[in-house]
Design a protein around this ligand. Sequence first.
Ligand code: DGL
Length: 268
Amino acid sequence: MSGSNAPIGVFDSGLGGLTVVREIIRQLPNESIIYFGDTARVPYGPKGEDTVIRYSQDIAGFLRKQKVKAMVIACNTATAHALPTLRAEQDVPVIGVIEPGARAAVAASRHLKIGVIGTRGTIRSRAYDKAIAKLAPDATVSTAACPLFVPLIEEGWLDSEPTRTIARGYLEPFTGGKIDTLVLGCTHYPLLKTVIGETIGRDVRLIDSAQETAAETARVLRENGIEATRSEAHYRFVASDDPEQFLAVGQRFLGAPLERVELVTLGA
Ligand code: DGL
């Protein structure tokens, strides 16, 4: 193949995956994107594996109908549960957020003492532990689920005293030199980078999987010879519920104005 101007399909349980879209736009400005946020069924974090796989299959089916040339699962929980299934079922490359995040953490960590925070589903799946162990068998990995972070971020409580108090509680087990690197293993967490960074201290490097996933997407497009040949990118944003809320809050995640959000209902 020699290039393709078909869009990249990106999906998340809701708005958080827009932090990945932001990075893809920054690193790959010629690529068109169709983003699906499953706002009708968010959050995925507390849900079981089979449910998250089924939801992800619904979305992948929708994106394939839009003729995407590659898919990015811009959701840690969906990557943790559904990446192998989608890779087996889809005839286009499927990129997740966990392998790129794990790779970046191993590269950044000085003493291979790595912490990972994410939703309950992501932490329970041990997907990060396995991905890091594969790259660096000697690494020590400590993990913590931070279920209150997602609702705080969705409500816009990014730099508030309650958020700081909760962050101190969640991050306490990592303090005292136990880790030198912390993976922000949830698409929402880059919005809490300031609070998390101040709480955990300057010596700990924070890994934002959005940046690494965009770099991985660039690599996969190049390796498959399906990079855009035109410099005319188009963006479509689709939500499964409440497009107005998506429009209002999504800009915070995207870091740019959003003009239109389509409504598409999937599955049950
Ligand atoms: N997008 C999810 C993730 O990255 C967080 C929100 C949710 O629980 O659905 O894990």
